[in-house]
Design a binder for this molecule. Structure first.
Ligand code: GLC
Length: 537
């Protein structure tokens, strides 16, 4: 089956990924939650209409859903909410049949507290699995072993009254951390990877991939100084500390080498991408491994954190590419299930420009479901929120970016016959696959054109990247080249018309005007927030 997929080794360099959050994609049984059969029913949309060739599925494993599947209680079981193992296998097969690869989440920093491993580990201090998790005695005054806080706020330690010890959790207290310094745990975790690789998955998105190894001495994190320049968005109480000791201990690299060795046993050339929230570029790049023997790529969160202006983008893109080790390959994305949607963060007028940027940079693009429709974050009415992070720190709630996919103008946007688990966006009657498919000017059709153009152009797919000194500081200009294919991309980041100097060629795509074409003779006029791709003969 895999042989039908165009590219063998390094297929992921040519891929356009699409992230599906299964709970919100398509509901086949009317319970209001998306499921695997629902995804199968939409594979034609993904492969034919949209044209992507790789999928990342967020978790569909057995889970009490305290963190909506990122709290796994059975790694090799499918939660009944989503279907069963047979349906998961069918989904992988059906995606392959359409030439799409499938990667799945590998959540191994922690499990659910309901996982049989943890139930056993918690049962007594003498349990054979006690050391599979991280258990520590209280300090003499009964307080937690150190000052680490959980990402979702509150201490990273919870006391188990029955056995009198604290267990560590990077996230919710219901998500105890696995102990990756125990060999049995490591072997069991590797077997989970093998289980899914044996079922044909094409790799993994490694959840919390930099947090799996912490300081063995478990030193207190230093409090953040008042003027501390936090690396990214406001994380609430988590930002009260500089996270020196509770992530990224150098042992992490051996752990990733070992996981890589497991996936490399498989013939489908599996791919791994890790959730690495590290903003120091050399440290971030260290996750490729000196011999490119760790992750195929760390996720590149830098673009998400970048100011949206031509100068900042240029510096950022060049800096990321400069730091990718020789022979390595990066990725670009502007949305996922943990972040506010791109059309909400950057504004609707930038969403089309963002699409053009994502699909023309050097690196593998990841599209978050619904971004191809221009979906916005939805205001969740009181009483309907679902996200445990949002319950702890309201401004960090993620429900707004996880609302149901908008398929049609009909009831519940065609997502479900039941009551959707999260409310639909108020604009779904206009903004949906059905309506946008027939509107040549829609953002969906822009994505479709971009994906097709990229798949037919080696310059756009794998070309070298050369950023031009632009003749206008509001316009980001870069050239992509491969073989005899050369394209220039120009993005006007301002609200005014801009002229830029561009080598002679012809316009092949505009982010705003689907009819735009024609010769370029040395200079190009760009409408506010317009991006253009120029082909050079
Ligand atoms: C990762 C996931 C996020 C989840 C967390 C805990 O950050 O992306 O959705 O809540 O891990 O598993």
């Amino acid at each position: 089956m895999i042989s039908r997929i165009e590219h063998g080794l390094g297929w992921w360099r040519h891929a356009v990924f699409y992230q599906i959050y299964p709970l919100s994609f398509a509901d086949s049984n009317g319970d209001g939650f998306g499921d695997l059969a629902g995804i199968i029913s939409k594979l034609d949309y993904l492969s034919d209409t949209l044209g992507v060739n790789a999928l990342w599925l967020s978790p569909f494993y057995k889970s009490p859903m305290r963190d909506w599947g990122y709290d796994i209680s059975g790694h090799t079981e499918v939660d009944p909410l989503f279907g069963d193992l047979e349906t998961a296998e069918l989904l992988i097969e059906e995606a392959h049949r359409r030439g799409m690869r499938v990667i799945v989440d590998y959540v191994m920093n922690h499990t659910s507290e309901e996982h049989p491993w943890f139930v056993e580990s918690r049962s007594s201090r003498d349990s054979p699995k006690r050391d599979w998790y991280v258990w520590r005695d209280p300090k003499p005054d009964g307080s937690p072993p150190n000052n680490w806080v959980s990402v979702f706020s509150g201490p990273a330690w919870t006391l188990d009254e029955a056995t009198g010890q604290y267990y560590r959790h990077t996230y919710l207290s219901r998500q105890p951390d696995l102990n990756w310094r125990n060999e049995e745990t490591v072997d069991a975790a590797h077997d989970v990877a093998r289980f899914w690789l044996d079922r044909g998955v094409d790799g993994f998105r490694l959840d919390a991939a930099h947090q799996m190894m912490k300081d063995p001495l478990e030193r207190d994190n230093p409090p953040a100084p008042h003027d501390y320049d936090r690396p990214w968005k406001d994380m609430g109480e988590y930002d009260d500390f500089v996270h020196l000791y509770d992530l990224g201990h150098p042992d992490i690299h051996e752990l990733h080498r070992q996981i890589r060795a497991v996936v490399d046993e498989y013939e489908q050339n599996p791919f791994t991408v890790g959730e690495i929230h590290i903003f120091d570029l050399p440290e971030w790049a260290s996750y490729y491994g000196e011999n490119l023997d760790q992750l195929h790529m760390p996720f590149n969160f830098h673009l998400m954190a970048c100011d949206w202006d031509a100068g900042s983008l240029r510096v950022l893109i060049e800096a990321v590419l400069w730091n990718v080790p020789a022979g390595g390959w990066t990725n670009w994305f502007l949305g996922n299930h943990d972040e506010k949607r791109l059309a909400t963060r950057l504004g609707a007028e930038n969403a089309r420009l963002a699409a053009l940027l994502l699909l023309t940079l050097r690196g593998t693009p990841f599209i978050y479901y619904g971004d191809e429709l221009g979906m916005q974050d939805v205001e969740i009415p009181a009483g309907q929120s679902r996200d445990p992070w949002g319950a702890n720190v309201s401004f960090l709630g993620r429900d707004g970016a996880r609302t149901p996919m908008q398929w049609t103008s009909g009831v519940n946007a065609g997502f479900t016959d039941g009551t959707p688990w999260l409310p639909l966006a108020p604009d779904y009657e206009q903004r949906n696959v059905e309506a946008e498919s027939t509107d040549e000017a829609s953002i969906l059709n822009l994505y479709r054109r971009l994906i097709r153009l990229r798949s037919g152009s080696s310059a756009l797919r794998i070309g070298s990247f050369l950023s031009h000194p632009s003749s206008n500081e509001d316009v980001l200009v870069y050239r992509k080249e491969a073989d005899d294919d050369t394209k220039t991309i120009a993005l006007n980041l301002s609200d005014a018309w801009c002229d830029v100097k561009i080598r002679a060629g012809s316009v092949v795509l505009s982010s705003l005007d689907h009819k735009r074409s024609g010769r370029v003779n040395g200079s190009l006029s760009l409408a506010p927030r317009e991006g253009v791709i120029v082909d050079h003969p």
